[in-house]
Write a protein of this length. Structure first.
Length: 323
C-alpha cells in the first residue's frame, strides 16, 4: 500500500510538469505575437525551467535576436541590426512561431537597408556640396544639398548626423551667395565711378589747354624777338615731352598693375591680403580688387571674402587711385 502511494505521488509530479511548460509556452507565444519580446522571452525561459526542449530553445534564441535587432535599429546601429536579423532568417525550423519570427526579421532587414542607402546618398551629397562651396559655387551647392534632403526625408538616428551636416552646409551656401552678390554689386559700380573721375580729369586738361593757348596768343603780340625766343623754348619743351611720352606710352600689364598696388599698400608675399586684377574700366585703367579670405570652417576650407578696397591703375601714367 505504501508503494502504491509513492507511485501515485510520482505520477502527480510528472503530470504537473508538462502543464506548466504548456501554459508558459502558450503565454509566451501570445506575447511574441503582440510584439512584446521581453515578456515573451521571460515566459519562454519559465517554460524551459520546467522542461528543456529544442522547441523552447529555438523560440528563446529567435525572440532574443529580434529584440536585439530592433534595439540596434532604433539606436542607428544598422550593421549590428542587420547581423542579428539575418541570423533569425538563417535559423532551422519552420513552425508557426519561427515563420513569424523570420518574417519580422526580413522586415527589419529591408528597413535597415533602406536607411543605409539613404545614409550613403546623403554622404555623397555632403561631399559634392563641400566641393562646390570650396569653389564658391554657392547656388549650385544649395541646389544639390536641398535636393538631397527632399529625397531622403526619414527622420531617424541612423541618418540624423548627415541631415544635420547638410542643413549647416545649406546655411553656408546661402550666406556665401549673399556675400558674393554684394561683392558683384560693388564691382559693377566701379566703372561708373572711374568714368566720372575720367570726365573730371578731361575737363581739367581742357581748362589747362585753354589757358595755355591764351598765354601763347599774348606772347605772340609782344614782338618778333620774344616770339623767336618763345618758339625756341617751346621747341625744347616739345622735345622733352616727346621723350617723356616715349617712356609712358607703353601700357602696363595686369601683373605689373597688381605689383604696383602691392607696393602702394605695403603688401608682402606672406601677407594674407589678396591683391587681384578684376577688370578694365574702359577708361584706360585696370581695376584691382584687394581683399582677405576668412575661413569659416577649417575642416572644409569653406569661407567668405572681406573686401579691403578697390584701386584703379592707369595703364599709361601708372597713377593709382583708390575707388
Amino acid at each position: 500500500m505504501k508503494a502504491l502511494s509513492i507511485l501515485f505521488m510520482i505520477f502527480l509530479l510528472v503530470g504537473c510538469t508538462p502543464q506548466a511548460y504548456s501554459d508558459n509556452l502558450t503565454k509566451g507565444k501570445a506575447a511574441f505575437n503582440d510584439g512584446d519580446y521581453s515578456k515573451a522571452i521571460s515566459l519562454f525561459e519559465k517554460a524551459q525551467n520546467e522542461k528543456e526542449t529544442d522547441e523552447i530553445s529555438s523560440y528563446i534564441k529567435a525572440t532574443q535576436l529580434l529584440l536585439e535587432s530592433e534595439q540596434a535599429t532604433k539606436q542607428g546601429k544598422l550593421d549590428i541590426s542587420l547581423k542579428k536579423a539575418k541570423q533569425v532568417v538563417a535559423m532551422k525550423g519552420n513552425d508557426s512561431l519561427l515563420k513569424r519570427a523570420k518574417s519580422k526579421a526580413k522586415s527589419l532587414i529591408h528597413k535597415d537597408q533602406t536607411l543605409l542607402s539613404q545614409k550613403k546618398s546623403l554622404e555623397k551629397s555632403i561631399k559634392k556640396g563641400k566641393a562646390l562651396l570650396a569653389n564658391n559655387q554657392y547656388d549650385e551647392a544649395n541646389d544639390v544639398l536641398n535636393k538631397a534632403l527632399s529625397k531622403n526625408t526619414l527622420e531617424h538616428p541612423a541618418i540624423s548626423e548627415q541631415r544635420s551636416t547638410i542643413k549647416t552646409l545649406i546655411k553656408q551656401a546661402v550666406n556665401g551667395a549673399k556675400t558674393s552678390a554684394s561683392d558683384t554689386e560693388q564691382t559693377a559700380a566701379q566703372p561708373q565711378k572711374s568714368s566720372s573721375d575720367s570726365t573730371k580729369s578731361n575737363q581739367d586738361t581742357s581748362s589747362k589747354a585753354t589757358s595755355s593757348n591764351t598765354n601763347t596768343n599774348t606772347s605772340q603780340q609782344e614782338g618778333s624777338s620774344q616770339s623767336s625766343s618763345q618758339s625756341s623754348s617751346q621747341s625744347s619743351d616739345q622735345s622733352q615731352d616727346s621723350s617723356t611720352n616715349q617712356g609712358t606710352n607703353q601700357s602696363l600689364t595686369q601683373e605689373e598693375a597688381v605689383n604696383l598696388v602691392k607696393q602702394y599698400l605695403g603688401v608682402d608675399s606672406d601677407d594674407k591680403t589678396i591683391v587681384q586684377y578684376d577688370h578694365d574700366d574702359g577708361q584706360g585703367n585696370y581695376i584691382i580688387h584687394v581683399y582677405e579670405k576668412v575661413i569659416d570652417d577649417p575642416s572644409t576650407g569653406v569661407g567668405h571674402s572681406v573686401t579691403r578696397g578697390w584701386y584703379s591703375v592707369n595703364k599709361k601714367t601708372k597713377k593709382i587711385t583708390a575707388q
